[in-house]
Design a protein around this ligand. Structure first.
Ligand code: HXC
Length: 273
């Protein structure tokens, strides 16, 4: 399909993306770099972050990998300061780092629940709070990667549902508090996306559980990484200049149908482990 976006849409802009060493966030980083942004890739694993940056550089883009765990505010602030030294004030910051595993709540330890809350929800707050003094004071955009579970209670996902619901409220609250600083703030809530670490953990492609998962999606297919990246690009572009404080689902209609097919499949796969 032809690219519907104007080439060079993000030329001269600096985007920091957490969790961009793999999956959806890596694809967003590649898309933004191809549109002219200098991209700072922040990940827990430095090798993966650097490899993702090297792929972009090999294609003629600007990127550098940095290591930080989003649960560690000081490490994050240090990584962001390095990124600003490279590419200047931050125009776009995407909080994408996330963790997930399949477990029913009765089998989940307190630490397991807290770990996902810490990575997803506290990690999103840390990301936005750490980048705040480094944002372009004239205009900037914050984007949180939520998930369809934020508004769709899903069995075997109590930790993710709670964390992502918190992220959605954080986005909405920051949109009130930080609008006066020239900051637009939004989120996107993907449903199942093919070829990502998250989905490979929940339902490996081609498996029986994958087939059942697709039955719970009106469009009868999983999302693609390029479709998520297109939405991220739109929201971070001037075309979305009046969209503020909202979380947009991109799920093939899954959240309208409800979580029962997905959750039942996850519960079965959790009890089979
Ligand atoms: C039950 C588990 C578990 C499992 C970990 N735990 N895996 N409990 N079932 N399968 C528990 C551990 O026993 C421990 O509790 C606690 O969680 C912390 O585990 P650690 O391994 O020490 O934590 P850590 O190394 O920080 O790893 C975090 C993680 C891991 C979330 C557990 O899966 C991870 O790093 N994931 C990052 C990559 C990832 O998941 N990406 C996908 C994101 S996709 P105890 O009590 O034993 O100490 C996504 C959206 C999906 O989020 C949307 C789909 C539609």
């Amino acid at each position: 399909m032809a690219d519907v976006f104007q080439p060079g849409l993000l030329r001269g802009q600096h985007a920091i993306i957490t969790g961009a060493g793999s999956g959806i966030n890596q694809h967003i980083a590649e898309r933004f770099a191809a549109q002219g942004a200098a991209v700072s890739i922040v990940g827990r694993n430095l090798e993966r972050a650097e490899a993702a940056a090297a792929t972009i550089v090999a294609r003629g883009g600007q990127a550098r990998g940095h290591s930080a765990d989003v649960r560690d505010f000081d490490a994050l602030a240090r990584a962001f300061a390095q990124a600003v030294a490279d590419h200047g004030p931050v125009d776009i910051c995407i909080a994408g780092a996330a963790g997930n595993f399949v477990s029913d709540a009765a089998s989940m330890s307190s630490n397991g629940f807290r770990t996902v809350i810490d990575i997803d929800l506290v990690g999103t707050f840390n990301t936005f709070r750490a980048v705040l003094p480094m944002l372009n004071p004239e205009e900037s955009h914050l984007l949180a990667i939520s998930a369809v579970q934020s508004g769709m209670p899903t069995a075997a996902q109590a930790h993710v549902c709670a964390a992502k619901a918190g992220i959605d409220m954080l986005v909405r609250t920051l949109s009130i508090e930080w609008a006066g600083r020239g900051i637009r703030c939004n989120g996107i809530a993907p449903g199942p996306v093919a070829d990502t670490e998250g989905m490979n953990r929940l339902a490996p492609g081609g498996s029986a559980s994958w087939d059942r998962l697709l039955q719970g999606i009106p469009l009868q297919r999983a999302g693609r990484r390029d479709e998520i990246a297109d939405l991220a690009l739109f929201l971070c572009s001037g075309a979305a200049r009046y969209i503020h404080g909202t979380v947009i689902a991109i799920d093939g209609g899954q959240s309208n149908l409800g979580s029962l097919p997905f959750g039942a499949m996850l519960l079965e796969s959790a009890s089979a482990r």
